[in-house]
Write a protein of this length. Structure first.
Length: 210
């Protein structure tokens, strides 16, 4: 029960992060919403929590979580920009994914940049747009998409998946709650009410006597 409460608390915190920081990105919101829905089902239904699909999704989500946390940490220490055209570029820095369009800060074309630039903008919210103008009508636009909502929206549901993963109890115990079924002939776990057949889960559950 405690594990379930903790898992649901993590999902609630994730939903808050999505609403606060990612809601302006419809695609991200849909993706995180789908992931949240899956985790909720996995945390609610024991059989889903023990499935191979759940194990695979948990592994993939863990890899992505580690990646986004690494990007977040990197973005707070350095600024890296990679252009994909002379007037458009993506960058990581100041705790955010940054999109540049137009011209660079010096008025020239966007170029690859990498520099050490520690930042304290860890929890900044929203999409900040900075416009830069120069003579001749040249304009530069910088859009900031904070990394932390993405990190929270991915890592907390992943943590919920790990918390709610089904443990394998020793033979002779209910595979749902771990209750010792030695001597039980009722076919039902007296602790959680699961059928002994369900408790085995095909892996050797309650022992039979008589």
């Amino acid at each position: 029960m405690i594990r379930r409460i903790v898992a649901y608390a993590l999902l609630l915190a994730t939903l808050a992060a999505v609403l606060l920081g990612v809601a302006y990105e419809p695609v991200a919101s849909i993706a995180f919403g789908g992931f949240l829905a899956y985790v909720f089902v996995a945390a609610t239904l024991t059989r889903v929590g023990a499935s191979r699909l759940n194990s695979r999704i948990r592994a993939v989500a863990t890899a992505f979580s580690a990646g986004i946390l690494a990007v977040w940490a990197l973005s707070l220490m350095v600024y890296v920009r990679i252009p994909y055209s002379s007037a458009r570029a993506w960058a990581v820095g100041e705790g955010a994914f940054i999109h540049h369009s137009g011209v660079d800060f010096d008025g020239g074309p966007l170029r690859t940049r990498a520099r050490w630039e520690p930042s304290d903008r860890v929890w900044e919210l929203g999409n900040t747009i900075t416009m830069m103008s120069w003579s001749g009508g040249r304009v530069g636009i910088v859009e900031y998409y904070p990394v932390w909502p993405f990190a929270i929206a991915l890592t907390l549901p992943t943590a919920a998946l790990w918390i709610m993963r089904r443990r394998r109890f020793a033979a002779g115990h209910c595979q749902i709650c771990g209750y010792d079924l030695t001597g039980n002939v009722s076919g039902v776990c007296p602790e959680c009410g699961a059928e002994v057949g369900q408790g085995r889960g095909g892996r050797g559950g309650g022992s039979r006597s008589g």
